[in-house]
Design a protein around this ligand. Structure first.
Ligand code: UT7
Length: 332
């Protein structure tokens, strides 16, 4: 039985910055409301022509460089996303193609905000069993082309941004207590309509109609307060579960990597668990919620600023549509 470790991270966001003031020109909102209710100041949007396979390639190459490996060392690809470039085939195969990895298996994971942690867990298990050795775990979203720039969608539209983030996992060689120590995953489909995109839909005949377009059913809908409440409840639970049996307590954790859905959710959790601000890196102000890309982007920036160093004990936590929620305890 091997253990898995994260040896490199990287990310890419498209250059175009869209501020709250820019959105306020299109929809009935204000910079004050968005900042106060979410913590977002700006987000990045792709320009026409940029697809998520391309963004993911840039993030993946950066992660390989950070890890000090050659792209050809990758023997499996996980691609987590809720916004694939096409309904079929998965974007992971397109990413593999762009990386020149013909023949290397690639799998798309559709778990929204927890997609990266679900992929991490799967990669961890594959490495632990010896099935694969060096795995690219990538998360990428293009939200901007699926947002409703009208007053009806303003609660959702102001939150999301585009971006890609990657991590390289391989076998741990440093001995006991290092690498990915424990990952915990949960889902409860009872709430699938609390945060969902109804159309297009394989159970409709046909899948996409003019009515669906006219009704705005192609846009994400969210019961914001319900999602908020569950995010605040489930993340502390799953964080404690990840620590259970590890021999570590919350105080032992050097850095916390939170999904960036709403700054108030993170502040609430930190208050409940008495996590000091100095142990948390947030970037929702710069990027908004980039869903499956968020965790690797936060992780990379936390490493860049020295919050996560070699030997740091890190607790990753996420919550999102499904509902799904997940946490991972990692000794870097
Ligand atoms: O990543 C997946 C997980 N997602 C989340 O965790 C998101 C969880 N939910 C949230 O972050 C928050 O619920 C939102 C940011 C989406 C909304 O904030 P809220 O404080 O829950 O606002 P609300 O939906 O209860 O709306 C309060 C008011 C309403 O006006 P009235 O009815 O009080 O007159 C909304 O119409 O704020 C209004 N509102 C806005 N006003 C200006 C909603 N969106 C906007 C907006 N700008 N963008």
């Amino acid at each position: 039985m091997y253990k898995a470790r994260i040896i490199g991270t990287g990310f890419y966001v498209p250059p175009k910055v869209v501020t709250n003031a820019d959105l306020a020109k299109l929809i009935d909102t204000t910079d004050e409301w968005i900042q106060a209710r979410t913590g977002v100041k700006q987000r990045h949007y792709v320009e026409p022509g940029m697809c998520s396979a391309e963004m993911s390639e840039y993030a993946a190459r950066a992660a390989c460089q950070d890890a000090g490996i050659d792209v050809s060392d990758i023997d499996f690809i996980y691609h987590a996303t809720l916004s694939p470039d096409h309904l079929m085939p998965g974007t992971g195969v397109m990413l593999g193609h762009r990386l020149g990895l013909g023949g290397v298996p690639a799998m798309d994971v559709r778990n929204q905000c927890t997609g990266f942690v679900y992929s991490l867990a799967s990669a961890q298990a594959m490495i632990e069993t010896g099935m694969y050795k060096t795995i690219l775990v990538n998360g990428c979203e293009i939200h901007s082309t699926g947002l409703e720039f009208a007053d009806r969608g303003r609660d959702v539209t102001v939150i999301f941004g585009d971006g890609a983030g990657s991590a390289i996992l391989t076998r741990e060689t440093r001995g006991e207590g290092y690498g990915i120590l424990k990952t915990v995953l949960h889902a409860d489909g009872k709430f699938y309509k609390a945060l969902w995109c109804e159309a297009e839909s394989s159970c409709e005949h046909p899948r996409l109609t003019h009515e669906m377009l006219d009704d705005g059913r192609i846009f994400v809908k969210m019961k914001g307060k319900l999602v908020f409440a569950h995010a605040c409840q489930r993340q502390p639970e799953v964080m404690r579960e990840a620590l259970e049996g590890s021999g570590y307590s919350l105080e032992d954790v050097d850095a916390f990597v939170f999904h960036q859905a709403n700054l108030r959710i993170i502040q609430y959790i930190c208050g409940q668990l008495e996590v000091p601000e100095s142990k948390v890196h947030n970037n929702i102000d710069k990027y908004g919620n980039t869903t499956a890309a968020t965790i690797p982007i936060v992780m990379h920036e936390a490493r860049q600023k020295g919050l996560i160093k070699e030997g740091s004990l890190v607790l990753i936590s996420s919550f999102g549509a499904g509902f799904t929620w997940a946490a991972s305890l990692v000794r870097f």
